[in-house]
Design a protein around this ligand. Structure first.
Ligand code: CUK
Ligand code: CUA
Length: 646
């Protein structure tokens, strides 16, 4: 693949030198960050109640700032990135694609949000995906690719919406959301990962909040009766396969490399309803789900249903043989399977440790060969304050974010295991300062067997002084780190809009040839619209027609630069109008838009795509509709009239 060349470095250095004037230097010096002072009080308050040892370490003296090196893999104009990064869009409810290593944002994929740019939430095609009465936004956290036998297969991306308890699927060939489902019996879908083997298969989700079931007003203030569920979705049909009634709450999840197990962290084994209560126990747990046994229980009818939902709910509480509860230190957060298929780590959050469990030992437990649930633990390295998430380089090393320490710690799994067995070995390889307060990190190909240990991204919650001030709301700072050598090297800062949480990084070979450059006629995304046209006797690719059907008017037109197929159409006030536009241009990148002035309508139509919108023509008069994508020298002239009779 692309080799890093000195030429690129030199070129980049020259660029940097040219752009950095004396005033820029002055700002850098004057505003030199003092990382350690930052967050002191609020971070301490946040872990009040955590052990005093933690608080003691927080007060430790500052370390030197890590030197930021010039981008080593500068992607020059016209050059392509080697990796795709799929970013969660956080509270924007979208998914974004970045190029790596450039960290350039390439595109945004609207998912749970309304987007005026492409008309997501405006067109009939997107509304069919969003469903009736859809909420206007979402809180996305975990974008993950479908896999086959532990390799990314480039079919789908799955993403959760914590705010409205939904899960969406994005088709990778057109990078368009094609399914959104609301998970029954839940509040706040948080953790999401996929079954790796034999394939995806299941999409596993953590329902975070404990609520009464059914949540219809009963047991309002009786938290003892609240509980939550672990959900498995069939990734092919997007139907719910089953749910598991668990003890405690659920946070994050991951699956193994054999198709036998998935596991989830629980930070509220206490079943409390406030922060102090949730931190009471010194230990919470990881729940391991035995997939075969759960499937058998469902098959045998050993399940209940809740309220109106038909989803089978099996009982996986303590004492069930469907699950294993592994006690781990206080309030674990991230859970991450290692790409060698051997281990899964639970990150301590309020404990400075990460708990390493062995899938083989989990096998032994379910076979009745182990006495105590803790016997599946093979290491518990002490890494620093606030471990949240871990990722891997495929060479036996793990990289864990330390939220409070604002660091990434690189550690060796085998050495951590030896240390746990009593040997005197140092498992910590390096600690790298990041800016600041990292949540997730993710490595190139890191959640698959093909982890290649080239790049690491640290998704930092705070950017503080790293960018020009832009008002009280700061961007997040996602930092690119080179992990190809012995030492981690910080390469670039990238500002991002709130608050991505997580990303997945895949080599371009996974997607490059799967991604379509123009739509294919007959695509299922607009199949329903095409069926409607057929009923009206309309050939979308050539007809420009107005069909009157009582109070309903259906307008069909083509678009080809720089004209719409119709120069005008006439409707009566309060007619329900459906406008269907087919972009018959065949040239890559030649998108048109359809914007109806003063009607709040805009959508994009890519080459060979059909898109439609339905609205009530409640404003009489002349309304120009115009193209919103600069498609031609006569783009501004690409406009026609809707005449609404009073
Ligand atoms: S969570 Cu945000 S930093 Cu939603 Cu995966 Cu850990
Ligand atoms: Cu079509 Cu601008």
């Amino acid at each position: 693949m692309t080799e890093r060349t000195n030429d690129q470095n030199t070129c980049d250095q020259e660029l940097m030198e040219k752009s950095a004037g004396p005033s820029a230097d002055a700002v850098t010096v004057a505003e030199k960050p003092s990382r350690r002072k930052f967050l002191g009080a609020s971070a301490l308050a946040g872990i009040a109640g955590a052990s005093t040892a933690l608080v003691g370490e927080l007060a430790a003296p500052p370390r030197a700032e890590a030197a930021t090196s010039m981008p080593e893999d500068y992607v020059a104009p016209g050059k392509l990135d080697e990796y795709y990064g799929i970013w969660s869009g956080g509270q924007s409810g979208q998914v974004r694609i970045l190029g790596i290593p450039s960290m350039r944002e390439l595109i945004r994929i609207p998912v749970f949000n309304v987007d005026f740019g492409i008309g997501w939430g405006i067109t009939n095609e997107s509304k069919r995906v969003l469903g009736k009465d859809f909420p206007l936004g979402g809180d996305t956290h975990h974008p993950h690719f479908s896999q086959t036998d532990g390799h990314y297969d480039g079919r789908y991306i799955f993403i959760n919406d914590k705010a409205n308890s939904r899960v969406a699927r994005i088709r990778c060939d057109v990078m368009r959301t094609d399914k959104i489902i609301t998970i029954p019996n839940t509040q706040a879908i948080h953790g999401l990962r996929v079954q790796r083997v034999p394939r995806t298969g299941y999409v596993f989700c953590c329902n975070e909040f404990r609520v009464p079931h059914p949540n219809d007003g009963r047991d309002l203030n009786d938290p003892k009766k609240y509980f939550t569920l672990y959900t498995a979705i069939d990734g092919d049909t997007m139907n719910i396969a089953w749910q598991v009634h668990v003890d405690g709450n659920l946070d994050n999840t991951d699956a193994d490399y054999e198709g036998k197990y998935s596991a989830a962290t629980c930070y509220n084994s206490e079943g409390a309803i406030n922060a102090a209560g949730m931190m009471r126990n010194e230990r919470d747990w990881v729940v391991v789900f035995n997939i075969k046994r759960i499937e058998q229980a469902v098959k045998r009818g050993h399940y209940k249903t809740i309220g109106d939902s038909k989803v089978p709910v099996v009982d996986g509480r303590h004492g069930s043989d469907l699950t294993l509860y592994v006690p781990v230190p206080k309030s674990p957060h991230g859970i991450n399977a290692s790409p060698d298929g051997k281990y899964v780590t639970a990150n301590g959050k309020l404990s400075p440790t990460v708990t390493v469990m062995s899938w083989a030992k989990i096998d032994d437990w379910f076979a009745g060969k182990l006495k105590k649930p803790r016997d599946v633990v093979v290491a518990e390295p002490q890494l620093g304050i606030g471990p949240l998430h871990t990722t891997y380089d495929g060479r036996g090393n793990a990289y864990t974010t330390l939220f409070i320490d604002s660091q990434i710690v690189k550690w060796n799994i085998d050495d951590a295991i030896k240390h746990y067995q009593g040997q005197k070995v140092n498992y910590i390889r390096q600690k790298l300062d990041v800016a600041y307060q990292p949540g997730h990190n993710n490595s190139s190909m890191g959640e698959s067997r093909d982890a290649d240990g080239k790049w690491l991204v640290s998704l930092n919650k705070f950017s503080k002084d790293r960018f020009l001030p832009v008002g009280p709301l700061h961007p997040d700072n996602d930092q690119l780190i080179d992990i190809s050598g012995e030492k981690m090297k910080l390469v670039a800062d990238a500002s991002v809009w709130c608050e991505p949480h997580d990303c997945t990084i895949v080599h371009r070979r996974v997607l490059f040839n799967k991604v379509k450059r123009i739509w294919k006629r007959g695509d299922p995304f607009f199949a329903e619209t095409a069926a409607m046209a057929k009923k009206d006797g309309v050939t979308l690719e050539k007809d420009n027609k107005v069909i009157r059907d009582g109070n309903k008017v259906r307008v069909y037109m083509t678009s080809t630069a720089p004209t719409f197929g119709l120069e005008e159409f006439t409707v009566k006030k309060d007619n329900e109008v459906t406008v269907t536009v087919t972009n018959i241009d065949t040239i890559e990148d030649l998108s048109h838009g359809f914007c109806m002035a003063n009607y709040g309508i805009n959508f994009e139509i890519s080459p060979q795509e059909t898109a439609s919108v339905t609205f009530v023509a409640d404003k009489p008069g002349v309304h120009w509709f115009y193209c919103t994508f600069f498609c031609h020298a006569l783009h501004l002239e690409m406009r026609s009239r809707m005449l609404v009779e009073a």
